[in-house]
Design a protein around this ligand. Sequence first.
Ligand SMILES: Cc1cc2nc3c(=O)[nH]c(=O)nc-3n(C[C@H](O)[C@H](O)[C@H](O)COP(=O)(O)OP(=O)(O)OC[C@H]3O[C@@H](n4cnc5c(N)ncnc54)[C@H](O)[C@@H]3O)c2cc1C
Length: 582
Amino acid sequence: MDYPFDAIVVGAGGAGLWAALELAREGVNTAVLTKLYPTRSHTGTAQGGVCAALGNLEEDHWEWHMFDTVKGGDYLVDQDAAEVLAREAIETVIELEHMGLPFNRTPDGKIDQRKFGGHTSNYGEAAVRRSCFAADRTGHMILQTLYQQCIKHGVRFFDEYQVVDLLFEGGEPAKGGRAAGVVAYRVADGQLHTFRSKAVLLATGGFGRMFRITSNAHSLTGDGVALCYRHGIPLEDMEFFQFHPTGIVGIGILLSEAARGEGGTLLNDKGERFMERYAPKLMELAPRDMVSRAMYQEIRAGRGIGGKDYLYLDVRHLGRKVIEEKLPDITEFARIYEGVEPLTEPVPVQPTAHYAMGGIPTNVSAEVVRDEKNTVVPGLFAAGECACVSVHGANRLGTNSLVDLLVFGRRAGRQMARYAGTVERPGPIADATAPVHAQLEAIRSRESKGESVAKIRHELADVMMDNVGVYRDGRLLTAALAKVRELEERNGAVSIGDCGTVFNTDLLEANEMGYLLDLAEVTVVGALARTESRGAHSREDFPERNDARWLKHTLAYRGPKGPTLKYKPVSITRFEPKPRTY
Ligand SMILES: Cc1cc2nc3c(=O)[nH]c(=O)nc-3n(C[C@H](O)[C@H](O)[C@H](O)COP(=O)(O)OP(=O)(O)OC[C@H]3O[C@@H](n4cnc5c(N)ncnc54)[C@H](O)[C@@H]3O)c2cc1C
């Protein structure tokens, strides 16, 4: 089939849905393609909240929010983008409230707000209540609210259509070509369809599945990011991957920072609140990169619980009422997955791979840019976790992702509507599906009894976790690069059990494995080159931040022998870099 539309949105998480809603309100003929049912997108698992300087409980200002975002990102944040984020956070949260999102309320009926790591009053004075929440199900409520609005406004959904290629007219992006649509694989019957469109938004989320212990859903394999890379668009700041301090031991399911925002503490084997030693002012509410490093330090010093590789999260003192009203889901997770009763026992936790700061480079209108001069790829947009605008720099603050989806999802939709009004729809593209058809058939029809995808996936997850995790050094990264390249080689010969066309998830997993390997290679190459420590990228052989040399964004281009790196400057408008203490 060949479907003509004026706008296509790939991904039905918070970013994609808000963009689609904006397009539909503008009367643009829009389709959303999603490999999952919309309400199963990872946004639905977000727990803790979405921040905006509403000042409902204490004084707050968008300038403070902007400053915290810049400092939290270890000054690698583009400050023009951080200003947009902090200013527009306020109106987007209020718009969500008007759409009917059931936020928790203060006694006088305002949206309730709680503390979160790195969010402070008066440029770092003390923790401030900035995160708006619906218990610990904030993402679920956002996703449901936006999906209902999309249905109401007549957005057309193609569920379980997995986008496997991007189409361009007038050449590849590097040659000045414009986005012309996508190729999608219909999961139900294995058919390939082309969707032609004036504007295409990528909102495909993160890629945490390259790590062994991760909070990320199985679907987070970086599809949109990898497809851009394969079409010659460079990827920005991929060496920065966030580890969240409090995952369930061994499996990584998240226990939200909201637990600490409500007053939960972290304890070592001696019962000490060890964060005192690392962030005396904010303690457990220091940014995530710092808390995760502190936990590793404690574990290395033999102060993990029973000498093992985890610590305790303690919420016992919060009492039943707070726990039941504000943290019901995560305390239930502790009961189900760890057999621990948080009302009476501390909960074992360890850092878990959580969030990709890097991704597809965009400007503040969510337009994809393709070089160090920020040249726009006409018609191609990206928003949400797959994009790098860059508001998170080297380390994202908690609750700043959901607001990124709202602010830049909305901007993407508006800019796409404007753009779609100025261009003609691309004509049919001859043999549009041929390249990806050949690629998928090569996997499906492989005769030899090769290795399984699962084996490659486990080995990749192990090496990324052990060598490219919270702490890194040149030796570990060099070994990781060799391993990733070996796995790429081996992945070229994997064979799958199912050779059919109906719900062939084996085939899709094998295809996704290729995306993860591409992105892992870019991550490692960027990390190896960056000989400093900044935010989530912590090199034990280069422990200091080096602004003179490294206050710049990495751009990784696909080359014949792997990624080649170039760099572009950081936008600094209000806040000069300073040492980062909390
Ligand atoms: C457990 C957890 C808790 C979190 N809690 C918070 C929080 O409290 N506050 C906060 O700010 N952030 C939080 N985050 C981060 C935040 O939730 C995510 O960064 C954000 O939801 C990502 O949204 P998105 O719209 O970019 O993509 P997602 O919500 O991840 O959706 C991706 C969409 O893309 C589609 N897709 C992917 N590939 C394809 C393809 N090839 N073809 C078609 N469709 C495709 C999927 O079907 C899906 O619809 C949390 C993250 C996790 C994992």
